[in-house]
Design a protein. Sequence first.
Length: 206
Amino acid sequence: MMTGDLVTFAAVMALGQFSPGPDMLLLTRTALSDGRRAGWWMTAGITSGLCVHAAIAIGWMAWLTARGGWIAAGLRWAACAYLAWLGARLILKACTSRGAQRPASASPAGRTGSAYVRGLLCNLLNPKAALFFAGVVAPFLAGERPLWWPAALWGIIVFQGMVLWGLWVAVLQSPPIRNGYGRAARWIDAAFGAGLLALAVTVALR
């Protein structure tokens, strides 16, 4: 029974974590533009954010955000500002870029640290993450559970997120995808920037 519950939990989390959202938009664009290394560093940043969100949800502290008030409002507006800033940067880069971008493999190593921070902030400032984890985790914590059960749920969230996002980065490094991005980098950057701005507006209106 417990094994079946863990499998069900893992399946639900996979669908939720890998659905389109700020993390996927930002990671996809970074992996295409800056290459595998930057993509994996951003995956590490997103995973670090997952560690925090999972700990909050499993520790039964996510109810603070769910109740609204200044905590939820502050988190929402911080997320709006960050997503809008990321989107504006991409659109500005697309408008000022000239010619084709260099291949992803030529991305400077110094950008990997920035990729980690951007991934971490994007995940931490996602106002839906804590609520989603709290909603999914709560039913699986109900009833009699062994002492190791909360740690198992936390491990599934973090490990699964790291593996799925890492695999996504690897898929994006295939030559056809990378070559296609090189030919249309400006338009793709503009599209991703518009998507992030749209997400910022959506979050602000909720």
